[in-house]
Design a protein around this ligand. Sequence first.
Ligand SMILES: [Zn+2]
Length: 77
Amino acid sequence: MAKGYLAHKERLEEISGFGKGIGKRAGFACEWCGSKEDLRVWDQQPDLAPGMETLALLCQRCPGAGSLQGVMGSGGD
Ligand SMILES: [Zn+2]
């Protein structure tokens, strides 16, 4: 359990390191609909190592029912 938690935490830290690059790539807007509200970096491939290819900057509406996991806010709330 503790190991899983640590792995999760390390993953989040790794993902947050990509946050700026993802934001720049997306132009600080949702990569699906272009919204600039409630943007978060979403982990699209939780089974793979996090990277620019597997992360996306999306608003909170786009991922719908939550098959994707939001890992960080970019706007402060
Ligand atoms: Zn969107």
